[in-house]
Structure formats: C-alpha cells, structure tokens
Design a binder for this molecule. Structure first.
Ligand code: NAD
Ligand code: TYD
Length: 357
C-alpha cells in the first residue's frame, strides 16, 4: 500500500500515529486530513512536517463533496480514521457536533472509499478507530471483550457506537474491507488539557483546584499513547477484514488514586513539600451519566497479533509530566483564547461538594 489517509492526524492520538507511519514507512505517502478544530494542532507534528512522505490537507470530513473529490483525486488505498469530537463533557453540552463529525463524517469517508474502489477492493483497508466507551459501564469486576454488547451512555460514546455499527454495515452490505479497534483511555504528550491528566497537570502547576467528579471512585484503564499507536500499526497491517480488536493497558486506576499519585509526582518535580498538591483536590458535582468502570480484555490482540503494551505506567506517567512541564509554550498556546471560555463554562459554575483538606 502506498497512499494512506490518516484523519484527525493533528490531534492527540492521530499525531502519534502520523509520526510513527511517516518515520517507519518511508515508502508510504501519508496524508493527514484534519479540520484543525480546537483539539487539532499542527505544532504536534513540527518534527516531521518537512518529511517528503508527509502531506497535510486541511478539511472537514462532514463535507461530503469535498471528501468525494479528495478520494477521486488521490485514490487512498488505506484509511486510518481517527478524526472525531472526543470529549465526553463537550458532548453533554453540545451533542450535535458529535453527530455530524463522528457519524456523518464517518459515513462520508465510507462512501468515498466505496465509490473509488468498488470492484477493486483487494489489498485495500478502511480502519476505524473507536473507544471502549461504546460497551457502557462495568461493575466492580469483569472486562469488555469484543463480544460485549454495545451499551453507550454519553452522546460521545453513542456517536462512536453508531459509527462502529455503520462501519460494520458497510462491510456486511458492500463488502468493504474494514477493521475496528476499541481502545481504553490514552495518556501521554500532546493531549488537549480538557482531559483528566493534562488538565490536572496544568492546574497543579498553576495552583488551581482539581475538580474531581463525584467521589472520584470511577475507574479507567490507562494506556500510553505510543502503545496505542503501535497497536494501530499492527492492526492496520495484519488485522483481519471484518474483525474488531480491543486495545487496553491492563492498568486500572480509580480516579482519586490516580490523581493522588499524580500529585505526588508533581510535588517531586516542582520541588514542593510532599502533600502540597493534593490539597488542591476539590470534589465537584458528578458528570451526568458518568460510567463507573471501564476495563478491557485485549487477549485477542495479544494472541492473534502478538501485541503487548511496552510502557510501564510509572515511567509513562513521569514521562508525561516531564513533557508538559518542559513544553510550557505548547500548553500556553492551547490554553489561551477559546479555552478560557470553555473552562469558565465547564467548571466556573460547577457546584463544589467538598474540598479535600
Ligand atoms: P482529539 O480530540 O485530540 O483529536 C481529534 C482530531 O480530529 C483533531 O485534530 C481535530 O481537529 C480533528 N477533527 C475533529 N473534527 C473533524 C472534522 N469534522 N473533520 C476533520 N478533522 C476533524 O482526539 P484523540 O483523543 O486523539 O482521539 C482520536 C480518536 O481516537 C477518536 O476517534 C477517539 O474517539 C478515539 N479514542 C480516543 C481515546 C482517548 O483516550 N483519547 C481512547 C480511545 C479511542
Ligand atoms: P476524561 O479524561 O474526560 O476521559 P473519559 O471520560 O473519556 O474516560 O476523564 C477521565 C475520568 O476522569 C472520568 O471518570 C471523568 C474524570 N474527570 C474528573 O473527575 N474531573 C475532570 O475535570 C475531568 C476532565 C475528568
């Protein structure tokens, strides 16, 4: 395969996938299609932007005419589709944007791919990147397998579930060679500071309250972003058409335990007395429809494609903190302007339930 389209390549995970493919596969031409929403930032790709096999296209996957023309002109043999609205809290405030980008945008890509390759699908692949949140929520035990029925609760996860169903429908109905993966929470450099870890690193550094939803007892499984990128590489090349693969870190944390651990690392890095940063913990009104626990069984991926996470969580978390502390300009840049308004709307009026200390 030569011409590969990666959508959402200026975002958090997409930028790591683009970097991996551009550096690892000099024979491929990598096209990064991104609308550059608030979450997309070309700074994330500064180190590879001049590579001869890298091309950036600014555009919106919701624009069907534009997408059709792009595919007709470029005839991408492979698609890795990451572009999405990705933040649960934003989906609660403004669901419609999630419906357009995550559902309509995905169908536009499927239609354009189908139109260009009908009758000539050999060696082509459409890879859709999804989330473990489509499976809903778990109790204290158990984990999601590829056979767990879908049961999404937020507008974000419902829109991702819908797009997953449509991708499968295009496989079953039109014979498109598709593959889907569902991954747990990613962490690492370049994540927009509206998600838990970069937001809390930013707030701790600036001595701002840490808004913990509910009692902080919700559990997430955390995977270093480069390990997700390496799984995407494997699945893109060796994943079987029509199959789904779960990706996870086997690394579950209750939010409050993770936050206290982060506070400890930040105290050390900032030269603060141990226990200083955790005084910033503030319990606020819970997120509506907040899923209690996610846990991923990725044994299929391990058994069939021999994938395993390579980054140890202690090291990954320290590396992540170091990155944000030494990339202040990046953080300042993305937290100026619209971010201030978002923060005020999201947290300014959020009811405080308890301050920890
Ligand atoms: P992100 O929000 O950081 O990046 C999304 C990117 O998509 C941005 O660059 C944005 O500009 C672009 N985009 C948004 N709307 C677009 C449109 N209409 N047209 C073209 N580009 C558009 O997201 P992320 O965290 O990197 O997530 C990437 C993908 O991985 C998403 O599909 C998400 O559902 C999935 N995922 C994320 C996680 C996670 O923990 N972050 C976990 C599992 C799956
Ligand atoms: P988030 O990073 O938004 O990822 P997701 O909702 O997709 O799992 O949130 C991770 C967890 O942290 C989730 O249980 C919600 C919680 N959380 C807070 O307690 N406070 C916050 O300010 C944010 C953004 C998240």
């Amino acid at each position: 395969m030569k011409k590969i389209l990666i959508t959402g390549g200026a975002g958090f995970i997409g930028s790591h996938v683009v970097r991996l493919f551009v550096n690892k596969y000099p024979d491929y031409q990598i096209y990064n299609l991104d609308k550059l929403t608030y979450a997309g930032n070309l700074e994330n790709l500064k180190d590879i932007e001049k590579s001869p096999n890298y091309h950036f296209i600014k555009g919106d996957i919701v624009d069907a005419k534009f997408i059709d023309k792009l595919f007709q002109e470029n005839r991408f043999e492979g698609v890795i589709h990451l572009a999405a609205e990705s933040h649960v809290d934003r989906s609660i405030t403004d669901p419609l944007e999630f419906i357009y980008t995550n559902i309509v945008g995905t169908v536009n890509l499927l239609n354009a791919f189908k139109q260009v390759w009908k009758g000539d699908l050999d060696g082509k692949k459409f890879y859709h990147i999804s989330t473990d949140e489509v499976y809903g929520t778990l109790g204290e035990t158990g984990s999601f397998t590829e056979k767990t029925p879908y049961d999404p609760h937020s507008p974000y996860s419902a829109s991702k579930a819908s797009s997953d169903h449509l991708v499968r429908a295009y496989h079953d109905t039109f014979g498109l060679p598709v593959v889907i993966s569902n991954c747990s929470n990613n962490y690492g450099p370049n994540q927009f500071p509206e998600k838990l870890l970069p937001l809390f690193i930013h707030n701790i550094k600036n001595n701002k309250p840490l808004p913990v939803y509910g009692k902080g007892l919700n559990t997430r499984d955390w995977l270093y972003v480069e390990d997700h990128a390496s799984a995407i590489d494997l699945i893109f090349h060796r994943g079987k058409s029509g199959e789904t693969y779960n990706i996870g870190g086997n690394n579950e944390w209750k939010n409050i335990d993770l936050i206290l651990k982060l506070c400890g690392i930040m105290d050390k890095k900032l030269g603060r007395t141990p226990g200083t940063s955790e005084k910033l913990v503030t319990f606020v009104k819970d997120r509506a429809g907040h899923d209690l626990r996610y846990a991923i069984d990725s044994s299929k991926l391990q058994a069939e494609l021999d994938w395993n996470p390579s980054v140890n969580f202690e090291q990954g978390l320290e590396k992540t903190v170091d990155w944000y502390l030494s990339n202040e300009a990046w953080l300042e840049n993305v937290t100026s302007g619209d971010y201030q308004k978002y923060y005020e709307e999201q947290y300014g009026k959020r009811e405080i339930r308890e301050i920890r200390h």
